[in-house]
Design a protein around this ligand. Structure first.
Ligand code: FAD
Ligand code: NAP
Ligand code: SF4
Length: 677
């Protein structure tokens, strides 16, 4: 008997039977837009199909030019478009999977001057103002969706997903926020939903009864003047009547000021919004957002709140999620930690998506871990993210690997990340690597500080130096004062900060430490969803427009000052899709963000600074130093590097370069080196 009976149960849709309840949600990876990437896209999807997922949904393809994300982005307009997709559908079907193409019209989120929307209202996250669609254009767009679906069918897709959420075009019609029209497609709620309903009807008519139509519906818009709960339910019923096979969940518009998928959002937080729709329709409903483990997915399905679960980023992190769950190997799943660093942040920077914990994602044909024909003896020094990645992949390839660390546990700096409230998920990556060490047979030697030169003898073929970073100690008068602490001591609980604290350095770690210091230590970790909703002002159970109410933020646990020397805005370099969340939290907790500071001295009175030339005394009890990192690379620098000398030395991660280091680079460098060894 499986531990996940609901998750693994097949679903008979009438037209087809899905082998289980797991849907790979749509993600734009950057491989959709160019014909020469079709082979890579096919390999990426086929790997997920082999991994057991029940239904795959592609990234968005526009049904016409106005709906492009940006000029010449992926579309399904011509017969040639359809032909180019055959390689994808064939690869997925050969691997036993099912796949739907997502039809997405970007509306006012399109980054080009041809953009169209319900009304001419610029989105706060876009510099282009859309033109309002004429009634004729609306009707033409309905036909364009039908043509896109017909082409998708001819390309071999099992169905389409019609993107009606996240603030894209169809959602722009349903919400009063963006629909100020006076024709048949604006005004009353019935008129505002006419366009998406006509799209579903036209697609059903164009593709016949045996074609899957998924409609992605915004369960809660999370923007002012969004739809009400009743309007969402009425839309869902109309979509069912129009011929949709499945309703999928969308949560929040891209411009919403409530986070919906970052790591601090509680797991499955929004499933009750989906349950409200499920209770009102007869067709299957998919739950979504922050469902990243088989346990959570099983709970959602067993509770009857949804019929299927959508996992998008978790499919980047581990393409074999479903098979591992089915085979009783759930502890081997590489869990998505919802950091967005290599997926969404890349997409918004127009770079190809990947995954921080799985650099192979979207690079399946380029980063390949072949079994070695020449097994070697490899010593990896440092069991932080870089060393863990390198050691486990090298061992998986058949090398004889020993991994040393001076500490009594694996993980390096990543252990500290997992102690930040809202980043508890980071511990999953270390759980995954611990299991990989066991499965791949890496010999782990903890509590052993390797000395320079020590590994020159001993028969090693390769030595990988992954000794990471050490915190920088800035030269400030009084830096040795008892009220000064390093971030590691604070996060490890060795030093308890007083009622007033100043943080020197406002990089990623400074922000995280501020979050740690303002957080109520009594609050359970991870935070319960109801408390999170209260602090972010979310209420999808009432009839509040957009599901919003006034946020009620708990008092900060202490008074905190976060300082930097630069005069640029604090947190400017944090992740594109998560930095705004960190800034919003600290602002709501009253943290003083101070730029343009010079540090004068630290004494019994506190921290003396000048800000824009003005002397200031911050009367704080504790000063936490988060002033960046320096490489720890003595082992590499001391090594003999004569050509052909044994062992050969390599350096990766923070040991190679501390500047702009993050775990994404550390893990990727480890994987790339291991693939070459
Ligand atoms: P390290 O993690 O520093 O690991 C080096 C290891 O080498 C250590 O375990 C150390 O004990 C060992 N070692 C050193 N010298 C020796 C020796 N001589 N012999 C044996 N062992 C030795 N990154 C992100 O990408 N996203 C985040 O959200 C994020 N949040 C963070 C939050 C906090 C609070 C902190 C502190 C860091 C965060 N980071 C984050 C940064 C991330 O943890 C680092 O970039 C990453 O750990 C660097 O990996 P590494 O393997 O190069 O080095
Ligand atoms: P960082 O981002 O480089 O920030 C260091 C901070 O210290 C800066 O604010 C810098 O600003 C200040 N500083 C540098 N030298 C100083 C000096 N001599 N005296 C006083 N202040 C000094 O490094 P970090 O915060 O240590 O983070 C390390 C890495 O972990 C980062 O690269 C980051 O990518 C990663 N990380 C990522 C996240 C995430 O959410 N993605 C979270 C945490 C950590 P001024 O020079 O202006 O003072
Ligand atoms: Fe998940 Fe982070 Fe990987 Fe994106 S980069 S899939 S959020 S672990």
């Amino acid at each position: 008997m499986s531990s996940y009976p609901h998750l693994l149960a097949p679903l008979d849709l009438g037209q087809v039977t899905l082998r289980n309840r797991v849907v790979m949600g749509s993600m734009h990876t950057g491989l959709e837009d160019r014909l020469w990437h079709r082979g890579k896209l096919a390999a990426y999807f086929a790997e997920r199909a082999r991994g057991g997922v029940g239904l795959i949904i592609t990234g968005g393809f526009s049904p016409n030019r106005h709906g492009w994300f940006y000029p010449f982005s992926g579309s399904m307009i011509h017969r040639t478009d359809a032909l180019s997709h055959r390689v994808i559908t064939r690869a997925v079907h050969d691997a036993g999977g099912r796949i739907c193409l997502q039809l997405l019209h970007a509306g006012r989120y399109a980054f080009h001057p041809l953009s169209r929307s319900a009304s001419s209202i610029k989105a706060p996250i876009n510099r282009f103002t859309p033109k309002a669609m004429s009634t004729r254009e609306v009707r033409q767009t309905v036909r364009d969706f039908a043509r896109g679906a017909r082409l998708a069918k001819s390309a071999g897709y099992d169905g389409v997903e019609i993107m009606g959420s996240e603030g894209y075009l169809l959602n722009q019609f349903t919400a009063p926020r963006t629909n100020h029209r006076t024709d048949d497609y604006g005004g009353s709620a019935a008129n505002r939903r006419r366009f998406p309903v006509e799209v579903v009807q036209a697609v059903r008519q164009a593709c016949g009864p045996d074609f899957i139509i998924v409609f992605r519906l915004s369960m809660v818009d999370l923007v002012p003047d969004g739809s009400t709960r009743q309007e969402v339910i009425d839309l869902a019923q109309a979509i069912e009547a129009a011929g949709a096979s499945i309703i999928n969940t969308g949560i929040g518009w891209h411009e919403a000021r409530v986070p919906t998928i970052v790591t601090s959002v509680p797991r499955a937080a929004f499933v009750d919004a989906t349950a409200q729709v499920k209770a009102a329709v007869g067709i299957p409903v998919i739950a979504s957002n922050r469902i990243n483990s088989p346990e959570v997915a099983e709970q959602v399905l067993a509770s009857g709140k949804a019929d299927l679960v959508s996992l998008a980023r978790p499919m980047l992190a581990d393409p074999h999620f479903v098979n591992k769950a089915a085979q009783g190997r759930a502890d081997e799943i590489n869990t998505c930690i919802a950091c967005n660093q290599a997926c969404l942040d890349h997409t918004f920077a127009m770079k190809r998506a990947s995954c921080l914990v799985n650099p192979q994602a979207c690079h399946e044909t380029e980063l390949v871990y072949l079994t070695t024909r020449k097994p070697r003896r490899i010593a990896v020094v440092g069991a932080g993210p870089a060393g863990l990645s390198c050691a486990t992949i090298a061992a998986q390839r058949g090398h004889d690997v020993t991994l040393f660390d001076a500490a009594d546990r694996i993980g390096g700096q990543f252990n500290l990340a997992a102690r930040i409230p809202g980043k508890e998920e980071f511990a999953e990556t270390l759980r995954y690597f611990a299991k990989r060490i066991e499965k791949t047979g890496v010999r782990l030697v903890l509590g052993r500080r390797v000395q320079p030169g020590e590994l020159d003898d001993g028969g090693w073929d390769e030595v990988v130096v992954a000794t990471g970073v050490k915190p920088r100690t800035p030269a400030i008068a009084g830096i040795g004062h008892p009220k000064v602490a390093g971030y590691a001591d604070v996060l490890l609980g060795k030093v308890r900060a007083g009622a007033r604290a100043a943080i020197i350095g406002a990089g990623g770690i400074g922000f995280d430490v501020a979050q740690y210091l303002v957080h109520d230590p009594e609050l359970p970790r991870p935070e319960p969803a109801d408390h999170w909703f209260k602090e972010w002002g979310v209420d999808f159970r009432s009839e509040a427009a957009g599901g919003l109410r006034k946020p009620e933020v708990d008092r900060a646990a202490r008074e905190v000052y976060l300082l930097q020397r630069k005069s640029s805005p604090l947190g400017k370099d944090l992740g594109k899709t998560s930095g705004w969340v960190h800034r919003a939290v600290l602002k709501s907790k009253g943290v003083q963000l101070m730029k343009g500071c010079s540090y004068v001295k630290i004494d019994d009175q506190g921290l003396h600074i000048t800000q824009q030339g003005r002397p200031l005394l911050l009367e704080v009890d504790t000063v936490v130093v988060c002033a960046g990192q320096e490489s720890s690379r003595e082992l590499f620098d001391a090594a003999a590097k004569a050509a052909g000398a044994r062992p050969r030395y390599h350096v990766i991660g923070g040991a190679e370069l501390a500047t702009e280091l993050d775990a994404k680079r550390a893990i990727r460098q480890g994987a790339e080196l291991a693939a070459r060894l």
